[in-house]
Design a protein around this ligand. Sequence first.
Ligand code: PAF
Length: 282
Amino acid sequence: MNIFYGKAALIDFLKSIKTTHSTIGFVPTMGALHQGHLALMQKSLYENEHTVVSIFVNPTQFNNPEDLAKYPRTLEEDVKKLTALSPKIILYAPTVEDIYDGQPVSQSFDFDGLENQMEGKFRPGHFNGVGTIVKRLFEIVEPTNAYFGEKDFQQLQIVKKMVAKNNLKVNVVGCPIYREPNNLAMSSRNERLSDHERETAAIIFQTLKIAKEKFKSKSATSVSEWVQKSFEKNPMLILEYFVIADEATLLPCLRKNKNKKCRAFIAIVVNNIRLIDTISLN
Ligand code: PAF
């Protein structure tokens, strides 16, 4: 497997292998790779001639220094997983200096309000950091297709908006959520959970599934109140937010409308570890 730690060598290599018709698939990650990441890569390997994977824990998207310090960093293990998946994968694992050419600072973006909902409210500056790194990586890799998991649905919509507003020539592909055997959405942060916390966190998706059923006959407000009450009974899982929102605008779905796609979004904190999940309600 080809591994690059600096952008100059990666750009040269990509120039040398690209032909007029070849496609480049790209899977940006922050490492601590799990089956959900590997599924994105499998899709990219199947749909493109070349697949680039990046592993970079991007400091500018962390609003909480403790979260950044504790984010799992497992490059050696990740390289083994990538090699086993396919020797064709091209890995870019840059340093902060290589990406930011100096101090890591975010650019300021206008995502037409998508950035002000849910994660944006609870993680100030997070989406400016995501926009900055994803744009930078797209400029370096120049992918044809880029793959993102739907667990971070708000991030997916924001990346699509950033691509449209900057006229970038990349097709952004959203991919289904991968779940652990107990249905907890796969996330690199799950590595920080104890066995007991991981088992208890199964309640998150169970709640989303019941909320989906309830939403067939009840209003968004009444479903939200029910979710709030359910988590009050379980002090181990602190509910940060539960929102039923329009998939396109991410604004709360106050009224049901058959032309509108609604989705439930949830964020839970377990022992200072933030977990998010989402489910389509249509
Ligand atoms: O979803 C992630 O892992 C990160 O937000 C991303 C897209 C790799 C940007 O750092």
